[in-house]
Design a binder for this molecule. Sequence first.
Ligand code: GAP
Length: 513
Amino acid sequence: MTQQSEIFKKVISHAKEYGFIFPSSEIYDGLSAVYDYGQNGAVLKNNIRQYWWKAMVQLNENIVGIDASILMHPTTWKASGHVDAFNDPLIDNKDSKKRYRADVLVEDYVAKIDGKIEKEIVKASKRFGDAFDKEAFINTNTRVKDYQEKANAILKRLGKSLEAGNLEDVKALIEELEIACPESGSRNWTDVKQFNLMFGTKLGASADSAMDLYLRPETAQGIFVNFLNVQKSGRMKLPFGIAQTGKAFRNEIVARQFIFRMREFEQMEMQFFIQPGTQKEWYEKWKEKRLNWHLSLGMGSENYRFHDHEKLAHYADAASDIEFKFPFGFKELEGIHSRTDFDLKSHEEFAGKKLQYFDHEKNENYVPYVVETSIGLDRMFLAIFSNSLQEETLEDGSTRTVLKLPKILAPTKLAVFPLIKKDGLPEIAREIVSQLKWDMDVAYDEKDAVGRRYRRQDALGTPYCITVDHQTLEDQTVTLRERDSMKQERIAIDQLSDLLKEKLDVKHFLKQL
Ligand code: GAP
């Protein structure tokens, strides 16, 4: 097992063991690519959602938030292009009867080549020790260069064939590379076909009159169909944005990688309506603003990069992903798309209603252009959670598992312990909890030795712990211990509230935007 998959396995088991994420309906052996958030996961997810909402809605006068429904009139998805174009190329293995995404089979093949490159690097770094220059090795070692060239050529051909809709060539590529079914080892493949990712459902009780609906595959369309309602009722002037968070559903063929690719997930999207012709400028601005939002959480600028799309979706004239370094490599975390006037124009056409803005300065009506920012909440959760989970070797040689979550997002901000369960210490600790719980999520814990209680809170990501001891009885001070440095200091009980509120103030993070 590679080091990367080892780390990822730890992320998944830690998330379950500490009440962050459970497989859905686990007592029935779970449901593939569907997950439930546990008692700590639900709070962390909510905190991430709020951090996004504050940055997008609360801090921008010209952005408002809505909450549109999951079920929408089915014509919405005709107009948006999802009925005709929201497809993945799939292939079945005739022997195992297993279904795969054809592009993912090829990408997995390329990932194996990348794995071979990684092995060569590890071998060489062991051989050369401190003198090892990774960059120079990659650029000069012939075996590594051959692997890289092969991988690049495969990806280039795959991209070209998909773009041209040449599914025969995708199948030919799979056959030429002798890719076998991961289940059965068989190379007996069907042709590659397009598969629509939307989940269907029905509205209405009687079978004859029931209407076929879809569960929304993105939240964005709920914003487009409400564009005029919001603009008129809010007297909004261009440029302005409409934001929302909510569930989206996609019948993903390849659904692995834990909460990275789910069938039911949550999006946080914002459509920014602008004057036609200004889209380039706003697209660049939103790319920068969104990257700054990520950087404000302090998870290391080296873990982010932009990936500008060459192959554009049917609605876009420019698109870029913010990629994050997940345990399985750099992958898309958020998309910034310049969507032109495609969606509003298409809804005008299908609904037969005008969706235009009257520009008082220009004295004319037009359909605004849109720049969209779209991030998966669950994917953001995974980025934060996997980046925060660390194993440290302490000075005494012992190890500790610590979840170094950005403090403002931690599900529990403070844990309060009485040193022992007598001498009036639990009563004082409980009194501190009852005072501070109005301002933050506080936990009380009196089980086990204090050292073990610290470790438990470290694993949950709790940034601060307070211990009430016998000195507290004399001078009304407690020990305040900080998660990352493990430093301890004495603090007067009556100063705790102000001190913690200051340390955990979201404002300090958001001010970096
Ligand atoms: N409205 C544009 C849109 O939906 P997208 O690139 O398909 O664009 C946006 O999705 C974001 O939603 C992605 O960057 C990702 O974070 C998240 N996302 C998409 N599919 C997902 C899935 N199956 N599971 C989890 N998150 C997903």
